[in-house]
Design a binder for this molecule. Structure first.
Ligand SMILES: NCc1cccc(Nc2n[nH]c3ncnc(Nc4cccc(O)c4)c23)c1
Length: 232
């Protein structure tokens, strides 16, 4: 997260750190006791031998915290139409190997089911353990930042994303404050409801000409429901 601040510990109890061989890779968030939502690009380069785990209940990635629990993963479900070389359908469902133990620091986050767009100018928040500087500084503790939503028609103008943004994506302003490497997969939260998932998009961070791109969750509720029904 660029231009943000340290989050209040455990006040975002839905936040997940998706880890490969013990290292933070991406953000994610808890849908219910068995399932975490993240971004498909997060797992596209995973070698067969490496182990994906999900850390819940964390504020610090390194310090012991009574609420922290590292979960094994039973299955990964990247969206079938996601591809390494496009930003479309960048959404991933992760089934945990065991039911997550809920508590004050581990809680699911409601997500937007009804179709519709968040109005431009609405302030939403994004949190993560992604880099906090362009030089790649990695925070130990969860960071957060508030960002205004950018109207899709504005975001599709040539000076910004030049018609790249589909109705299954959301834009947020990126002037200094932005998500960046390691924040992918985390939720864009507006009024307590997850509306989007951080995608790396053009991989640029903090440049106002390249607004942040988020997978619009309400476009994928049928797919989410079908995977949860089939794999539960
Ligand atoms: N702001 C959109 C966004 C959301 C999530 C991730 C991303 N970026 C990235 N996703 N994956 C990446 N691999 C390498 N470098 C990357 N960005 C980067 C790194 C250092 C300095 C800088 O200015 C940008 C990214 C960008």
């Amino acid at each position: 997260i660029l231009g943000g601040m340290e989050a209040a510990p455990h006040l975002r109890p839905y936040m997940a750190s998706i880890q490969i061989d013990g290292k933070h890779l991406c953000g994610g968030f808890l849908l219910n006791e068995w399932w975490v939502l993240s971004a498909a690009h997060c797992v596209e380069d995973i070698s067969p031998g490496s182990t994906v785990r999900v850390l819940l209940g964390a504020h610090s990635l390194s310090q012991p915290e009574s609420s922290k629990h590292l979960y094994e993963v039973q299955s990964l479900f990247p969206h079938p139409d996601s591809h390494p070389d496009t930003i479309h359908h960048d959404i991933l469902l992760i089934k945990l190997s065991e039911k997550a133990t809920l508590g004050p620091a581990v809680q699911p986050l409601p997500y937007q089911r009804e179709a519709g767009d968040v109005a431009g100018g609405t302030f939403c928040s994004v949190a993560g353990w992604g880099i906090t500087t362009h030089s790649g500084r990695k925070p130990d503790r969860l960071q957060q930042v508030d960002l205004p939503i950018m109207d899709r028609a504005v975001c599709n103008q040539r000076i910004y994303h030049d018609n790249l943004i589909t109705d299954k994506m959301i834009c947020a302003e990126s002037r200094k404050k932005d998500a960046c490497r390691g924040d992918s997969g985390g939720p864009l939260v507006c009024n307590g409801v997850a509306q989007g998932i951080v995608t790396s998009g053009t991989r640029v961070c903090g440049n106002w000409k390249k607004p942040g791109i988020y997978t619009k969750i309400s476009s994928y509720t049928d797919w989410i429901d079908s995977v949860l029904a089939s794999a539960s």
